[in-house]
Write a protein that binds this ligand. Structure first.
Ligand code: ADP
Ligand code: ASP
Ligand code: MG
Length: 462
């Protein structure tokens, strides 16, 4: 069971978490718990690390450490009773450790990816102590493990590390034996390399941690507890009548999360899918709601389109030039230049005249991409590179689209009738996803138009 940032943000929510886990513990279910940082703490850790490496003023370090102490001790004192003082001592050790590292970053004027990763795991390091102490106070035996101790071995890509196959065996030998005796609390979001260097799994990475651990112990189920009733037909902050889906397939969730649906980390489905483990998404604050089951195969789906998502922090890059026509290797050159610059390409489309290739990339990588592609213009390989930041990508997702005729027609007719101009279209070969790009100002309208067109807010007999 993984509990996200809002599920562990204050004393009331931690009490809710303990209630949920206690219910399963008393039924003799074997449960391992993964916790995130309290909401907002990871953002604060990133901000302070980036600030103190440049700043002359070290007083911010002390006040930041103090604010973390106050915030976590407040919850601890409310939920941990007799176990609070022991946990407080350990918390002081961890805070002292963090303060020393921040001091070192300041004095060295150097924030390496490795030190940044270590710093940003402290939200989970502190919060796991609080949750573990709250379990003990309720009579549930518990201990705290960091992601590395729990057995998560990763690639050395700091900030976006991926689990290695060696994790399975380690997790089995380290975590599994604990389950018969206690409810271990594992700090989400982190693992370590073969050499023991701490890595992080990308923002929202605790979902991924839970899936890696669940696959490692061959869990019966992986439960993601969050602040909504399950996976919905769309982000409820964008579509107010978005509906909770009772089931959804691995592939559909992968497409949704890859295209920005914040409800799950994009990689968190892979480990579950590998072991065919059912994933449930449930609401910590409404535990009786059945939530969403994520499964391998949807039972015959009558719905063509299941859910929608969109990302607005993307940029469109168009590469044109008659030099490209009929010339083998131009696409290779473009993608190699981008890959060498570590730019991730999210969508691709190429006109049949071959005189134009259009790409969608993360907005933060636009400048790097421009530099890489301008070099090709200088070499005379392409004529022109144009870019547009004011766009957003919308993804229409549903396994039922595979083979269903006319879905594309319905999507683009509805958008046309709503007066929305589509700048680029791409359909993955899996046919689980049709995605397109519109002006940023039209993004939400496009979502609402399609949510209505496919009647996604209406219950069906799933
Ligand atoms: P946690 O802290 O539990 O990891 P997140 O904030 O990362 O929670 O993810 C839950 C949030 O994801 C929800 O509150 C909701 O606003 C957002 N969200 C975006 N798309 C969807 C979707 N399709 N279904 C459900 N929630 C979504
Ligand atoms: N605390 C981390 C983050 O904010 C991981 C997570 O919440 O899942 O990204
Ligand atoms: Mg999350």
């Amino acid at each position: 069971m993984k509990f996200g940032g809002t599920s562990v943000a204050d004393a009331d929510s931690v009490t809710q978490v303990v209630d949920i886990v206690e219910r399963h513990y008393l039924r003799d279910d074997e449960v391992a718990v993964v916790v995130s940082a309290q909401r907002g703490v990871t953002d604060q850790l990133i901000a302070i690390a980036e600030e103190i490496v440049k700043s002359q003023d070290t007083s911010t370090i002390g006040s930041f450490i103090h604010s973390l102490r106050v915030r976590h001790e407040k919850v601890l004192n409310q939920v941990a009773g007799d176990y609070a003082s022991e946990a407080c001592k350990e918390m002081e050790n961890r805070l002292a450790n963090l303060e020393n590292i921040l001091d070192a970053v300041h004095h060295l004027r150097e924030l390496t990816p490795r030190s940044r990763d270590y710093i940003i795991t402290f939200g989970e390091r502190l919060n796991a102590l609080v949750v573990c102490a709250a379990f003990r106070q309720r009579g549930i035996p518990s201990t705290v493990l960091d992601g590395c101790e729990a057995g998560i071995v990763t690639t050395p890509q700091h900030g976006e590390a991926m689990a290695l196959p060696a994790s399975d065996g380690r997790i089995k030998s380290r975590l599994l034996p604990l389950l018969t005796e206690m409810v271990p609390v594992v700090m989400g979001f982190m693992g370590c390399t073969e050499n023991g260097i701490i890595t992080t799994l990308g923002r929202s990475g605790s979902d991924y941690s839970a899936a890696i651990l669940g696959a490692g112990i061959d869990a019966d189920e992986i439960w993601i507890w969050t602040d909504v009733d399950g996976i919905m037909t769309s982000d409820p902050r964008v579509i107010d009548n978005a509906r909770v889906l009772s089931t959804i397939s691995y592939l559909e969730v992968m497409e949704l999360s890859y295209f920005g649906a914040k409800v799950m980390h994009p990689r968190s489905i892979e480990p579950a899918m590998r072991k065919n483990i059912l994933v449930r998404v449930k609401n910590t604050f409404n535990p009786d709601h059945p939530g969403t089951c994520i499964v391998h195969h949807e039972k015959r789906d009558t719905r063509v389109v299941k859910a929608l998502t969109y990302i607005d922090k993307v940029a469109l890059v168009s590469i044109c030039g008659a030099q490209m026509i009929g010339r083998p290797g131009v696409a290779k050159m473009i993608f190699s230049a981008l890959a060498d610059a570590e730019v991730n390409v999210m969508m691709i489309s190429q006109g049949s005249s071959e005189a134009n290739i259009t790409l969608i990339i993360d907005e933060t990588q636009l400048n790097i991409a421009k530099v890489a592609l301008t070099a090709l213009v200088k070499q005379g390989m392409v004529r022109e590179v144009t870019t547009n930041r004011d766009v957003c990508a919308v993804a229409v997702v549903g396994c039922g689209m595979a083979g269903a005729r006319g879905t594309g027609g319905r999507i683009f007719t509805a958008l046309g009738e709503a007066g929305i101009n589509v700048m680029m279209i791409s359909q993955g070969s899996s046919e689980v996803n049709i995605s397109f790009v519109v002006d940023q100002a039209d993004g939400q309208k496009a979502m609402r138009t399609l949510h209505d067109e496919f009647r996604l807010s209406e219950e069906d007999d799933e």
